[in-house]
Design a protein around this ligand. Sequence first.
Ligand code: SF4
Length: 242
Amino acid sequence: MSGETLRISEIFGPTIQGEGALIGMATVFVRTGGCDFRCSWCDTLHAVDSAYRDTWTPMSADAVMDEVRRLSGGAPLMVTVSGGNPAIQPLGRLIELGKREGYRFALETQGSLSRDWFAGFDVLSLSPKPPSSGMAFDRKALADAVAAAGPNTAIALKFVVFDEADYGFAREVARAYPHLPVYLQPGNHTPPPADQEDAVIDIPGIMARLRWLIDRAANDRWFEASILPQLHTLIWGNLRGV
Ligand code: SF4
């Protein structure tokens, strides 16, 4: 083992990216354990709550790449690093190792922390958390995260929207970054069950919010925003490992 240890909640795939700029794209997910936030509607508590800490595995970057390689059959596809907040982990070596073999990397983070290794990612998906999350927004931290991207890093902003306050938040934050693509997605209120096996998702509620969101942005003439549901939630609910 070389380099620092990563705290890994799960590695799974290949599956598809279910949201945002890469929706539908084949990917292997690396989900890290631990988060500096506690969003009221978090749907990945198993990678956030310290009650699940025993399920997180300390792994070297080399061991993570071994698993990614095994799952992908060596095909250098997109590796999506998500959490939790992966920005609390030392991910530089993982990216370095994977890129040597042609893998591409996408990072999913809320923009509360920035790291110099953000510049090694091909895609940086920043999802500032709206008022319904119960979390405070740090404008400066988001600006730092955007600035940490490299010249070859594509950045996208992604907002979960439950209500008018969330929509207003997304609109205001996005205005500061007119050069960045924006993705809006209706929130999913359903918390994952403890065993994660039989999640019942409020599909009608999600669809109602999606229709509202489409109308809201259209009425606002916010045509630059792309509006998408979470595809994986519609297909698999909150089931883990897909
Ligand atoms: S930032 Fe993401 S992973 Fe962390 S608590 Fe919020 S929704 Fe969950």
